[in-house]
Design a binder for this molecule. Structure first.
Ligand code: CU
Length: 458
């Protein structure tokens, strides 16, 4: 079929992803490569139909060009270096210079052409998670298309048929390619006012991902199934995850997709939200209920919406406490409550750097600077106005400020607690707590035991 008449044809389903001709290759759009993990400002659509753009946390939106009414994107699958947080670079695979790849933002009804160039050391494909599209555009290697060989460029063409929150990732050697960081976000905006899609003032998106990178090294182990040691949002770990900065009174939407191998209960402090949509589409009003935590299972996406009406710095994090930590030895012995007085000094005569961890819990880890290998993040780190924030991994802050300007996404700095509104130390008298008398011995209790072995009469 003539590619120029493709979109005018009713035969969408008849065409599969195909290798581009040399003529088309010469004409394909220049891929835009990102070199930093910084959060880019939302991309105001320069052409096509207007929409309110999203902000990709520590990411950016893929620029496109219009070609005879078709939106054309160019993704390049390639090895990348991604800063997970200051002090640690990971060698991952991604798209257009980073992992995740750029967010694709389109409008319901847009006709799309996406060029995918493979610069990986092995073949790949892209699956467009959640899209309605012709079967041959679904990107499942071997099933709906041939894998894209090393060095080749394939083209995907389809229409963005329904609005919502989606993602993209390979469906070729998936275990390795997703463990290496290949994924990206996708947002399809509604073409007109939609009864189930509210206008919001701030629209954030990010993917949950996870890596197993040995301390001191930079390449993830792709064979690890569940015991990853880096729990990340858009391949960033706290304190490398940017804050979500909003104006008090803004309606806020946060879109989250999970491409890790376990579920993540995402928890927001200080506000109640509703889940207004999934990758299956908008949730009917009657099926929404208030939450402060919503679990996002593997391969799921959720849209959280709320009115940001409480000023402050509010934690936003995964509620699995092991997921708000950076790499640590899982085999650290449990020392809580162990009396080892004098032991550390004796060992330090032999091993000067020796530290004993966890005797009184692990909060000390947030303060002490223990020697760690290069390319390794402290287990819990990040400093707030009142001291160390004893977290890493899947943690950041929602900053709600009265003074934040509309559309201004810059970080307003730490929240200043108004006088009299912060937890404070009690300095008055403390009465000894009254404790109950020692429990009576069991033999003194009057217990009616069942008689004999006959358990009848239940
Ligand atoms: Cu989690």
């Amino acid at each position: 079929m003539d590619r120029r008449t493709f979109f005018g044809s009713a035969a969408f389903s008849a065409v599969a992803a195909a290798s581009v001709s040399k003529v088309a290759l010469a004409a394909l759009p220049e891929p835009v490569i990102a070199s930093t993990p910084a959060t880019a400002a939302p991309l105001i659509p320069p052409n096509g139909r207007p929409y309110n753009p999203v902000l990709t946390l520590n990411g950016w939106t893929c620029p496109w060009r219009m070609n005879a009414g078709v939106k054309e994107f160019h993704l390049v699958a390639e090895p990348v270096v991604r800063e997970i947080a200051p002090g640690m670079q990971a060698t991952l695979w991604g798209y257009n210079g980073q992992s995740p790849g750029p967010t694709i933002e389109v409008v319901e009804g847009d006709k799309l052409r996406i060029f995918v160039t493979n610069r990986l050391p092995e073949h790949t494909t892209i699956h467009w998670h959640g899209q309605r599209l012709p079967n041959g555009m679904d990107g499942v290697g071997g099933l709906t298309q041939k894998q894209i060989p090393v060095g080749k460029t394939f083209v995907y063409e389809f229409e963005a048929r329904r609005p919502g929150t989606f993602m993209y990732h390979p469906h070729a050697d998936e275990m390795v390619q997703m463990a290496m960081g290949m994924m990206g976000f996708w947002v399809t905006h509604p073409k007109a006012k939609h009864p189930l899609i509210d206008t919001v003032q701030r629209d954030f998106c990010f993917l949950l991902n996870a890596y197993d990178i040995d301390p001191g090294s930079t390449t993830p182990r792709p064979n690890t199934m569940l015991d990853q040691n880096l729990w990340t949002w858009n391949s960033r770990a706290f304190p490398g995850i940017d804050t979500l900065n909003v104006r008090q009174g803004d309606k806020v939407r946060i879109r989250v997709g999970n491409l890790t191998m376990t579920n993540h209960p995402i928890h927001l402090h200080g506000h109640e939200f509703t889940v207004t949509g999934t990758d299956g589409g908008p949730v009917p009003h009657g099926a929404r209920w208030p939450e402060v935590t919503t679990d996002i299972a593997v391969g799921q996406m959720r849209q959280l919406e709320f009115l940001a009406d409480e000023p402050g710095d509010w934690a936003l994090h995964c509620h699995k406490s092991h997921h708000t930590m950076n790499p640590m030895g899982h085999t650290v012995p449990n020392m809580i409550g162990v009396d080892h007085r004098g032991l550390v000094q004796k060992i330090q005569k032999l091993v000067p750097d020796y530290m004993l961890m966890g005797e009184r819990g692990m909060a000390d880890m947030g303060e002490m600077q223990m020697p760690i290998p290069d390319q390794t993040l402290p287990m819990m780190t990040g400093t707030g106005p009142y001291g160390p924030i004893e977290m890493g991994g899947m943690f950041t802050t929602l900053k709600v400020r009265k003074e934040q300007k509309p559309g201004d996404y810059s970080d307003p700095g730490a929240y200043r607690q108004p006088p009299g509104t912060q937890a404070f130390e009690w300095t008055g008298a403390l009465a000894d707590p009254t404790r109950p008398a020692a429990a009576a011995p069991a033999s003194a209790l009057q217990v009616r035991k069942p008689s004999g072995g006959a358990h009848t009469g239940h």
